[in-house]
Design a protein around this ligand. Structure first.
Ligand SMILES: [Mg+2]
Length: 336
């Protein structure tokens, strides 16, 4: 017979994992979304975005007797008295001018270092694994080009990784990180390329189109992923934040991609928290007008990616020391 303590923890875990269907009214129509008790308000807004196309940050949610609690994106849904019988109202508009939206969007919070133990806790946490499984089922990755047999996988962030989205210029090409096309052309020989941004798909397509990445004759992009593919995780020290779980890609294309053949570049280390061994924190490309002539990161990273492309398992590398790997590799070749 279960003790009081264990039966109460069982009860609370069934409450948090229970799925519920909510009805959301918006612009004269009703939509239904499926969520779980351990989803945050932020995740609820993502589900609503999937059916309405109103970006989460543009949504204001109203619900009887809840007051302003739905304004807190980190709040867990089981902490709110939501009932399937009551309807939620959403107020918000679809972005018409996505470029104006980028300029007035809030600055990304600074990156933070998570301790090793903290990363392990988040990655191994059962609720986070469950969220990942749900995302694998909910988010369908659409292939723009077929996965290629025997290639490794490179996953790239956009903002501050490939593009300085905070500076302004008449021509977006002025804000592109130097050597972007040379980099993509060279690594395409060994890697399939997926671009994953924490913004909306509309913006990803516009931006990559403007930079000439989507129809380049020298390389092909396998897929584009957006913020809806991310999951929200919690750390006691850092609170609630979003990350990019590579397991979503591995779960949908297990015959091609795995933790052994995938590497991801992002300027925010916390985006790798579900797969720390696969992430390389790239130096952010900011102030494009001042740094355009000196930034050589993509050139140097080309060398690294091509040097490690023959390894059977990329996840045994410590990508933090990619620069010294390049130097050692250079010395090895000189002495050979
Ligand atoms: Mg970024």
């Amino acid at each position: 017979m279960a003790t009081d303590a264990s039966s109460s923890s069982l009860a609370s875990s069934s409450v948090t994992e229970e799925e519920m269907t909510l009805t959301v009214k918006w612009s004269g129509k009703e939509y239904t979304v499926r969520v779980c008790g351990d989803d945050t308000v932020g995740e609820l807004k993502r589900r609503i975005c999937e059916v309405t196309n109103v970006l989460p940050k543009r949504q204001k949610l109203l619900y009887p007797k809840i007051g302003s609690k739905l304004a807190d994106d980190s709040l867990l849904l089981f902490q709110l008295p939501l009932k399937s019988s009551l309807k939620m109202t959403m107020i918000g508009t679809i972005e018409d001018d996505i470029l104006v939206d980028q300029v007035d969007s809030p600055e990304v919070v600074d990156d933070f270092e998570l301790g090793q133990d903290e990363v392990v806790d988040i990655k191994d946490n059962a609720a986070n694994k469950q969220k990942l499984r749900r995302r694998i089922n909910q988010y369908k990755i659409e292939l723009r080009n077929p996965c290629r047999e025997g290639k490794k996988l490179l996953v790239l962030d956009i903002d501050y990784t490939l593009f300085d989205h905070r500076s302004t210029a008449e021509n977006p090409l002025e804000l592109m990180r130097p050597y972007l096309h040379e980099f993509l052309t060279a690594v395409y020989a060994e890697y399939d390329i997926i671009i994953w941004s924490a913004t909306s798909m509309k913006w990803v397509e516009i931006k990559m189109g403007q930079l000439g990445v989507l129809n380049n004759p020298n390389y092909k992009i396998t897929a584009l992923l957006d913020h809806l593919a991310m999951i929200t995780v919690h750390s006691d020290a850092r609170g609630t934040f979003d990350c990019k779980p590579l397991g979503l890609i591995w779960g949908q294309f297990p015959q091609y991609y795995s933790s052994e053949n995938t590497i991801m570049f992002d300027d925010l280390r916390r985006n790798f928290v579900m797969n720390p061994q696969n992430g390389l924190t790239i130096k952010p490309f900011r102030k494009a007008h001042a740094n355009r002539d000196s930034d050589q990161e993509l050139m140097k990273l080309t060398q690294y990616l091509l040097a490690i492309a023959d390894l059977d398992d990329l996840s045994i590398l410590d990508h933090k020391s990619w620069e010294s790997y390049n130097e050692d590799n250079f010395k090895r070749r000189r002495h050979a």
